[in-house]
Ligand binder design. Structure first.
Ligand code: ZN
Ligand code: FE
Length: 262
């Protein structure tokens, strides 16, 4: 378990399954203890024991099993409140509170914003707490989620909402996919100095068995191949190299298609 301090809360990062992360958000001004996307229950239960506190909430970003499989067992143990997208109320196990961008959850001691970010799934949401972003499978380290239930236009719009957050915002995504994603990024953006630096940093972290996550919005906007289409000069260079239109959606769609075939 790794822990990160924010102004009013601490984020604990729990690696589970093959490459998932569950996050525990521990308020320092209330008794709130939130599990984000509990892929399984045992690890969360043990972490709660270690912290000496009961789980008060589960926040789900989307309905996939590797984000929700712990829901019912944890609810049974702790009678915690399960929070998820209203859009996915019929697909989130045990949901108690349906939220959206216009109706974020209210939790004592925390300042929470919800972003509707369809693309990976149609009801995917992200949670923003001050300078911490919990984005599930929408944005990854140097990558983005596959478009299982959405269009490239929806995903690009969703990623843009994330990209305009403060650059110092920490990106707590749900999978450790960064090194594999960086290989692909290098293939399409080889001359980007920020990318070259990131590859060295993240390889070094993994060599020491440390997570590459959280990254930050500033790191992602400068190196993530799915946020690079938001930069007009990148689009020009990419479009010329691949002989396509240089509008961001055409460039994004082409990069997503190449990644799917990678
Ligand atoms: Zn997913
Ligand atoms: Fe996932």
């Amino acid at each position: 378990m790794w822990s990160y301090q924010h102004a009013g809360f601490t984020v604990h990062q729990l690696p589970v399954l093959r490459d998932n992360y569950i996050y525990l958000i521990e308020s320092r001004t209330s008794n709130a203890l939130i599990a984000v996307d509990p892929a399984e229950a045992v690890t969360v239960r043990n972490a709660c024991k270690l912290l000496g506190k009961p789980l008060t909430h589960i926040f789900n970003t989307h309905h996939h099993w590797d984000h929700t499989d712990g829901n019912l067992a944890l609810k049974k143990d702790f009678a915690c409140v399960i929070v998820g997208a209203g859009h996915d109320a019929d697909r989130i196990p045990g949901i108690d509170l349906a939220v959206s961008e216009s109706a974020p959850p209210q939790v004592d001691g925390l300042n929470i914003t919800v972003l509707n970010v369809p693309g990976h799934t149609s009801g995917h949401i992200a949670y923003v707490m001050d300078d911490a972003l919990f984005c599930g499978d929408t944005l990854f380290g140097a990558g983005c989620g596959r478009l299982f239930e959405g269009t490239p236009a929806q995903m690009l719009h969703s990623l843009n909402k994330i990209a305009i957050l403060n650059g110092s915002t920490k990106v707590y995504c749900a999978h450790e996919y960064t090194l594999a994603n960086l290989k692909f990024a290098q293939a399409i953006d080889a001359d980007n100095p920020a990318l070259i630096e990131r590859i060295a940093d993240d390889k070094n972290s993994r060599r020491q068995h440390l997570p590459t996550i959280p990254s930050s919005i500033a790191i992602e906007t400068s190196t993530n191949p799915f946020l690079r289409p938001l930069d007009g000069s990148f689009c020009q260079i990419y479009a010329t190299a691949h002989n396509i239109n240089s509008d961001p959606l055409t460039v994004f769609t082409d990069i997503r298609r190449r990644k799917d075939a990678w």
